[in-house]
Design a protein. Structure first.
Ligand code: SAH
Ligand code: SF4
Length: 397
């Protein structure tokens, strides 16, 4: 095929690096599943009959108490602590910058192995705090309205780098429990959304392992119903997400005809609306969860007509759903405009009258470019030109 716009990569063509540790380096324990942690401990010389207990103890230190230093793991023998310190480390990504918006939203720029950078956003609300984490550096997909999609360099995050984001947020918010203090049930990081940089279902194994760690009841202990994974529609992985993770699902729907969705979300050329909807119909049963969130970015004159709203309602009939309307967040060079407020409200009204919750997502942290779709790490400025983006979006040019 010579059509340039169709040549945008819509398959996973990146690997997770670093794959192998340099000689003599200590292995990071963060992000290992319980089974992997046990295997690492055995390899380091932990007697088989002790390994279950040791795994549990170390797990609690790392994920319940937030301890980073093996010397502080006081229920382990001195020699054993020394052995652990020699072989392993408890390492998190490095915080490069931290910005706080006027509305309290915090945006972090994090540096990971190889000098790559990703962003993470914390959004405090009245009754909860949502942490928006990244799953890849950049994204292989090139949705035409998304800033992240214009970033050229892409690599998958490791499970350690994904779990590490949650731990860093707890560090910054001072949320680790204090020994002896009464149990505090209010959680600052009460919800996690995989809606930062990257397509989480193109980094499935690492995302799954990281979420297993995060959901473990003896550690970070976030229930699977407080985790929402957002996908642009990687159909073959949707059922696995239900059965192997079991979290809530959000889908970046954004259009009601294949013609428009092909332009906005290019993965639609591979798995179209009908195929996507079929996978979504099975999700609630497979994951034993309730509603699927349909994300719908409001782009002026592109996907925001009354007819679109009515078509959307017809398409999703029978799927337990909530429709999250996202006013388009602008970024430098973006080829779209945000729909007018009255248009968004009229659209929401049609969906609401059809019996679906249709909240309009208030943009958060816009002043620090922390809102949906604005994330893009500062060092990855190799941005495509406005003309290239417009061409890919099928807007001429
Ligand atoms: N890659 C995944 C998750 C990250 S994007 C996905 O696409 O689902 C999180 C959400 O923000 C998606 O629904 C995405 O479509 C939306 N988004 C991207 N750019 C946006 C922008 N400029 N304004 C508003 N929402 C945007
Ligand atoms: Fe990637 Fe999601 Fe952005 Fe599309 S919207 S380019 S899938 S991060």
């Amino acid at each position: 095929m010579t059509d340039n716009s169709a040549s945008a990569p819509i398959t996973q063509d990146v690997v997770t690096i670093p794959r192998r540790l340099p000689e003599g380096a200590r292995r990071n324990l963060v992000g290992l599943t319980r089974e992997q942690l046990a295997a690492a401990l055995i390899e380091a010389g932990t007697p088989e009959r002790q390994v279950k207990m040791r795994t549990g103890q170390i797990w609690q230190w790392i994920y319940h108490w937030g301890v980073r230093d093996f010397a502080a793991m006081t229920n382990l023998g001195k020699d054993y602590r020394a052995l652990l310190a020699e072989r392993f480390e408890i390492a998190l990504p490095e915080v490069v910058t931290r910005q706080v918006s006027v509305d309290g939203t915090r945006k972090y720029l994090l540096r990971i192995a190889g000098g790559h950078e990703v962003e993470m956003v914390y959004i405090p609300e009245e009754n909860r705090g949502t942490l928006c984490i990244s799953s890849q550096v950049g994204c292989t997909l090139t949705c035409s309205f998304c800033h992240t999609g214009t970033q050229k360099l892409v690599r998958n995050l490791t499970a350690a780098e994904i779990v590490g984001q949650v731990m860093l947020a707890r560090d910054d918010l001072g949320e680790w429990p204090r020994p002896g203090a009464p149990k505090d049930e209010t959680r600052l990081v009460s919800n996690i959304v995989l809606m930062g940089m990257g397509e989480p279902l193109y980094n499935f194994d690492n995302v799954r392992d990281a979420m297993k760690v995060v959901m473990d009841g003896e550690g970070l202990s976030l229930s699977r119903r407080r985790i929402t994974l957002s996908t642009s529609g990687v159909v073959p992985e949707i059922a696995r997400c239900a059965t192997e993770i079991g979290c809530l699902l959000a889908v970046s729907f954004h259009a009601t005809t294949d013609e428009v969705r092909d332009r906005l979300v290019p993965i639609n050329r591979r798995w179209n609306i009908e195929t996507l909807l079929a996978a979504l119909r099975d999700y609630p049963r497979l994951s034993n969860s309730e509603r699927i969130t349909f994300e719908y970015v409001m782009l002026k004159g592109v996907n925001d007509s009354d007819e679109d709203a009515r078509r959307l309602v017809r398409l999703i009939a029978g799927i337990p759903a909530k429709i999250n309307l996202i006013p388009f967040n602008e970024w430098p060079g973006a080829p779209y405009e945000r729909s007018d407020w009255e248009r968004i409200e009229a659209f929401a009204d049609i969906i609401y009258k059809a019996g679906y919750a249709s909240p309009i997502r208030t943009p958060r942290g816009e002043d620090i470019m922390a809102a949906c779709g604005q994330l893009k790490s500062a060092t990855e400025r190799a941005r495509k030109s406005r003309a290239e983006i417009a061409a890919e979006a099928g807007l001429g040019g």
